[in-house]
Every structure is written in structure tokens, then in C-alpha cells.
Design a protein around this ligand. Structure first.
Ligand SMILES: [Zn+2]
Length: 318
């Protein structure tokens, strides 16, 4: 029997696990790629060898705004980024079931009893963070009615619509230099030290001229399509299952069950997009807070409100 009793959104059911002694980046491990193809470059994030157990969490209950923390992780391979990803993983676990790792440390005397762990590469983490960050940013620009930023993301071509994911300052440079987007090059780099935004077509196939003309310059409509398409694609890759389960009263009810932490976070995002869950940024610490059950006037976390008043008082008494 599944216990959904205290969950704020009662049609989800999901628990996830994290290693009790935490995770670390390892450069030495090898991928057991019996079932996986492709190049996986180091480092990999794996549980520490001294792991003794895995601790369960219920993200929908404890962290309904978890995807916003994930979207705010830095996207880089510097120490600060590596550390931020470890901290996130120490608290919530790996974002999906990882590849099976041969830890390669037998000669160092470091091993668990099978000498294998699940782990994920830094490349994988950075790609996932980057996609969440950009999609959430577009969603926030829709909320802020920021057509100026959206017009830098969305461009019309003859028979299709392109959109670009990238840092606002990079989008600025690209717009001001008038460089043509090339959606075939997924990752153009290094224009005067800036990273080229990655550009995609809104429609897989060209020949959408009638439609693209019809919605010319409607940035908010197109931005919603981008958010919709991206979330749907992510939920294809990291699915949420629709399941019939017994509720706390032993009655059969329908539940949505994410397959991993990534699908859980994209589903949380989906709930925000549909308005089932409302988020607001604290005016003091700028963290996103779930305000679905809070007063409409909610502005600060209670501790942040105190800090803001103290700061204001000090400023006035100077
Ligand atoms: Zn706050």
C-alpha cells in the first residue's frame, strides 16, 4: 500500500534515495558499457566508497520547488560548479539511475563489496542543468511579459521558427552582431569570448510558412510552445508513469509516478506551468518558494522578512 497522506499534491507518488555518506567526483572509474554506447568522459559523480545505506526522500512533499534549485546550479567545470552539483546530489541523490561503474580502485584498497557503483558523468549533469535553466528562464520571461528578452531567443525564418538557448549576455551579442543562426551547428563556440546560443527549429520539418506568418511577432505564444515542447520531450526521455495504486484508505486511485529525480523535477515544472502550483521568488534571498497555500501577499520567508526589516531599520538610523 502506498502512503500519499501528507503530500501537497495528492496524485503523485515518488520516493528517491541518496547515499548516506555523500558523493564525490572520480576521475579514475571506468564505465561498464555493456548496455550503453557512446563516449562518457570523466569525471563521474559516484557514491563515496564508505556508503553503508541509502536514505529515502519524498521530493514532492519536502521540496516541491526542487527544479528551481536545479535550474540555478552553475554550468561549468570549475571547482565551484563541481562542488554545487555534489551538494545538490548529497541532499537529493543522483538525478537518474546512473551507469554502472567499475570503480577501478581495487589496487587502492577502495571498493564496495561488488566494486561497482552507479554514477553519472559531468557532461550529463551539465546538459540537464543547462536545459532546465534555459526553459525555466523562458517561462519566467513569459510571466514577466519580457518581450525584449524573448525577441532575442525567438527568430522567424522563411518557413520555420528558430529559438536559441543561451545566457542573456550571449544572446545580446548575437543579436547586436547580426550573425545568422545556424541550427545545424549545435554548439558554436567562441565569438569574441562569448558562447554561441544553441539554436533549434520549433518544428522538426520545414514548410510551416502559413502558420509561422500567422503568428509573426507573437513572442509569448511561441515561448509557450517552446516550454511545452521542451517539457514534453524531457518527459519522453524521463517518463512519469500513470499508475493505479491503493491510497491510504485502501481505495484504488490514479497516481503519477516519476521514474527518477529528473522526471520528478520536470513534472514539478509542468505543475507550475499549468498553475496547479504557484511559485514566487523571495524578495530578500531570491530563492523560489511554493506559495500555493500561502497568502496572496506573500513576499518573504519569515526569517528573510526579519532580516529585511533589520536592514531597513539600520539604513534609516544611519
Ligand atoms: Zn527568503
Amino acid at each position: 500500500m502506498y502512503d500519499e497522506v501528507e503530500m501537497p499534491v495528492d496524485y503523485t507518488n515518488f520516493t528517491w534515495r541518496y547515499a548516506d555518506k555523500g558523493y564525490y567526483w572520480d576521475n579514475k572509474i571506468k564505465v561498464d558499457d555493456l548496455f550503453h554506447e557512446g563516449n562518457y568522459s570523466s569525471p563521474f559523480l559516484i557514491p563515496k566508497p564508505e556508503t553503508t545505506s541509502y536514505i529515502a526522500t519524498i521530493p514532492f512533499k519536502g521540496s516541491p520547488e526542487l527544479f528551481t534549485l536545479f535550474a540555478e546550479l552553475p554550468v561549468g567545470d570549475d571547482d565551484e560548479s563541481l562542488k554545487a552539483i555534489v551538494n545538490f546530489t548529497n541532499q537529493y541523490g543522483l538525478i537518474t539511475a546512473g551507469l554502472l561503474m567499475d570503480t577501478g580502485h581495487i589496487n587502492d584498497g577502495i571498493s564496495n563489496y561488488l566494486n561497482t557503483f552507479q554514477g553519472l558523468s559531468l557532461d550529463f549533469y551539465l546538459t540537464q542543468i543547462w536545459q532546465m535553466k534555459n526553459t525555466f528562464r523562458i517561462w519566467n520571461w513569459i510571466q514577466e511579459k519580457n518581450s525584449s528578452m524573448l525577441s532575442k531567443v525567438i527568430t522567424w525564418t522563411n518557413d520555420n521558427i528558430n529559438y536559441s538557448f543561451g545566457e542573456p549576455e550571449d544572446l545580446d551579442i548575437f543579436n547586436s552582431t547580426g550573425i545568422k543562426y545556424d541550427y545545424n551547428s549545435n554548439c558554436l563556440t567562441d565569438l569574441k569570448g562569448y558562447i554561441a546560443p544553441r539554436t533549434q527549429q520549433l518544428f522538426d520539418m520545414p514548410n510551416h510558412k502559413v502558420f509561422t506568418d500567422l503568428v509573426k511577432d507573437d513572442y509569448f505564444f511561441i515561448a509557450q510552445l517552446i516550454v511545452q515542447q521542451t517539457i514534453n520531450k524531457k518527459l519522453d526521455d524521463f517518463p512519469v508513469k500513470h499508475r493505479l495504486l491503493l491510497d491510504k484508505n485502501k481505495k484504488l486511485k490514479q497516481f503519477f509516478v516519476p521514474s527518477d529525480l529528473l522526471s520528478c523535477m520536470w513534472f514539478q515544472f509542468l505543475q507550475v506551468v499549468t498553475g496547479e502550483r504557484q511559485l514566487r521568488q523571495c524578495a530578500y534571498c531570491h530563492k523560489w518558494e511554493n506559495v500555493t497555500d500561502k497568502y496572496a501577499s506573500w513576499k518573504y520567508h519569515s526569517r528573510c522578512g526579519n532580516n529585511a526589516r533589520v536592514k531597513k531599520h539600520r539604513a534609516q538610523s544611519k
